[in-house]
Design a protein around this ligand. Structure first.
Ligand code: F6R
Length: 260
């Protein structure tokens, strides 16, 4: 696990965008796993800038999002489908038929989840998975005590996660209880992972995930077993790390060939 502390969330977003752009330039048919929420927004803005100003080409890229609220259709303002088109897809040249999100209106949920897993497999697996982290340590919507070998399935959100996500909904609007999310086993099969965590509210979860024991109570801690994970955070999110100085030292002394 590579731990990268940047001065601000915007700096970390730029760096993550450069990592994704490097992959897409070296493998134009890359399969990207994408996340929603506040954490990736500045990264998506930078990818759009690179597409418009530096010819970053997404025409052969395939995407799979981590999750979707059950009961929300694509047109709902708080759906993750709408989020992705608002914040990224409408501004780049990704092909709509190569974009995948779980179907929030699926009538047969187990079949929808199995189809999602099959689509990831048929695309050749995910080259790079982008993740945020919940204040309770969740990745995707795999809440604490989710099975480490779980696959795409229905999950029930915790009251804390629903409260954290309330700002994305209108005043008084009901926040769904259920979601479809890639499983932890699905996420762990991605060949590379970038996890973003910004702000003091993520400091405890990041410290537990990076330096604590691997435990189902902290789903992100499983990434300690992933062969190629980069965790990018700002100073506020790094304040609970015991080895922060070491991570800064490692990053400052990266061999040139490892830099993006
Ligand atoms: C979003 C997702 C969630 C978020 C996490 C952090 O697709 O799967 O795990 O990444 O809840 O959300 P933000 O970035 O809003 O703090």
């Amino acid at each position: 696990m590579e731990v990268i502390i940047q001065p601000t969330a915007a700096d970390a977003g730029l760096l993550a965008a450069r990592m994704i752009a490097a992959l897409v330039r070296s493998k134009p048919t890359a399969v990207l796993g994408l996340a929603t929420g506040g954490s990736p927004v500045s990264l998506y803005r930078e990818l759009i800038r690179m597409h418009l100003e530096e010819d970053l080409d997404f025409s052969q890229v395939t995407t799979f999002n981590l999750d979707e609220y059950l009961g929300l259709g694509p047109a709902h303002p708080a759906s993750y489908f709408n989020f992705m088109w608002t914040h990224l897809f409408r501004y780049i040249n990704v092909r709509p038929e190569r974009v995948h999100l779980p179907d929030g209106l699926a009538s047969d949920i187990p079949a929808c989840c199995a189809d999602y897993e099959a689509a990831i497999r048929n695309a050749g697996g995910i080259d790079l998975q982008l993740l945020g982290i919940g204040s309770d340590g969740h990745i995707g919507f795999n809440e604490p005590v989710s099975s480490f070998s779980s696959r795409t399935r229905i999950k029930t959100l915790t009251p804390r996660t629903r409260a954290d996500n309330a700002p994305f909904f209108g005043p008084g609007e009901e926040i769904p209880q259920h979601v479809i999310t890639m499983g932890i086993g699905t996420i762990m099969e991605a060949r590379e992972v970038i996890l973003l965590g910004f702000g003091a509210s993520k400091a405890d979860a990041l410290a537990a995930a990076i330096e604590g024991p691997v435990a189902q109570l902290v789903p992100a801690s499983i990434l300690q077993f992933h062969p190629k994970t980069h965790v990018l955070m700002d100073e506020a999110a790094a304040q609970k790390l015991q080895r922060a100085e070491y991570y800064r030292h490692v990053f400052a002394n990266k061999p040139p060939w490892q830099r993006v």
